[in-house]
Design a protein around this ligand. Structure first.
Ligand code: NAD
Ligand code: MG
Length: 305
């Protein structure tokens, strides 16, 4: 049978080739001090500003995204707004420049944008940020626990308790504190989505604290999901693979490895933050109503549980 497709449909399919839909980049060696800025990263990570098209799947919802200034969290914030949600983003005060870009995109989508700068290491901020989001958004229906800290250390002899404590405070403890506060405000249909990582299953030997914190997030997600399902609140996680973001440039890994970043995946390239956003949109929307306690892997094909 001859090809019945319109040239437009065929063209779209070719555009959607996962090998080439985003660049097969070789990023230059570079470094920024923590937390770093997307806008100073080369190439600038793609958070979907020019490409994400919403379909109204989150109309009228109110979302808080931690680490919503850059990378995956920024792509999620932009996508949520274009899907019709009001969005609050939490981020470190040093990240204001990145945050402004995202806040502007949320406003351009016709939605309310709320800025909540602060340090999740700070107990006062950690315990108040959800209440502040609730106050400014008029409620909360979606919490995305996405803020994360990743600092590579070659040898456990050099890995200090202080670093382990900081990694676990940002990646894990904050998730407990914010989820507790959010659940107290959420009604049926609400969702909590946690960012874990392929590192939870395939720990890099230089990321002991980070990888183990991500494994903790998976167990936390599956446990809390069972606790909150009877209340109609769904809890799920997204496990990205190698996604181009400033996290890699701020000692997430040795800078000599940046040119090869993501090339060892079956797709042969790293992911871009915009490629993660649809997973969060799916888990936040009613379309995923029977998906509870799941970890959605978006990693370019590396086998994962
Ligand atoms: P990113 O640097 O753009 O985002 C991380 C964000 O965490 C920062 O923007 C910052 O706002 C926030 N953060 C860090 N320390 C904080 C603190 N003390 N207080 C408040 N906020 C703090 O990088 P990203 O890659 O988009 O990371 C987002 C999430 O994705 C993280 O949880 C990361 O572990 C996870 N992840 C990333 C990859 C990847 O390859 N990039 C892979 C798997 C998982
Ligand atoms: Mg940032």
């Amino acid at each position: 049978m001859s090809d019945q497709r319109t040239p437009k449909d065929a063209g779209q399919l070719a555009h959607d080739d996962p090998r080439s839909r985003h660049p097969r980049q070789s990023a230059p060696e570079q470094h920024q001090p923590e937390p770093g800025l997307d806008v100073r990263t080369e190439p600038v990570p793609d958070i979907g500003l020019d490409s994400y098209v919403g379909l109204g799947r989150l109309a009228g919802r109110r979302a808080l995204v931690t680490g919503g200034d850059s990378g995956i969290g920024a792509a999620v914030a932009v996508a949520f707004a274009r899907e019709g949600a009001d969005v609050a983003i939490a981020y470190l005060p040093d990240e204001q420049e990145d945050a402004e870009r995202v806040l502007a995109a949320v406003r351009e989508a016709g939605r309310t944008a709320v800025a909540l700068p602060g340090d999740l290491m700070d107990e006062a901020y950690r315990t108040s940020v959800v209440d502040d989001a609730v106050a400014q958004l008029g409620g909360l229906d979606i919490l995305v626990n996405n803020a994360g800290k990743q600092i590579f250390v070659e040898d456990i002899a050099e890995l200090t308790d202080q670093q382990v404590l900081e990694t676990y405070t940002v990646n894990v403890l904050a998730m407990f504190t914010l989820s507790r506060a959010a659940a107290a405000h959420m009604g049926p249909g609400s969702t909590i989505i946690n960012t874990t990582s392929i590192q939870a299953y395939k720990p890099n030997p230089t990321l002991l604290d980070y990888a183990s914190s991500k494994a903790a997030i998976n167990a936390f997600t599956k446990g809390l999901a069972q606790q909150l399902a009877p209340k109609g609140i769904r809890v799920n996680a997204v496990a990205p693979g190698p996604v181009w973001s400033v996290l890699q440039v701020t000692d997430g890994q040795p800078k000599e490895k940046l040119p090869e970043f993501g090339k060892n995946t079956p797709l042969g390239r790293c992911g871009q933050p915009v490629e993660m956003a649809p997973a969060y949109v799916f888990l936040a929307s009613g379309e995923s109503s029977y998906v509870v306690g799941e970890t959605l892997n978006a990693n370019g094909g590396t086998p994962s549980p």
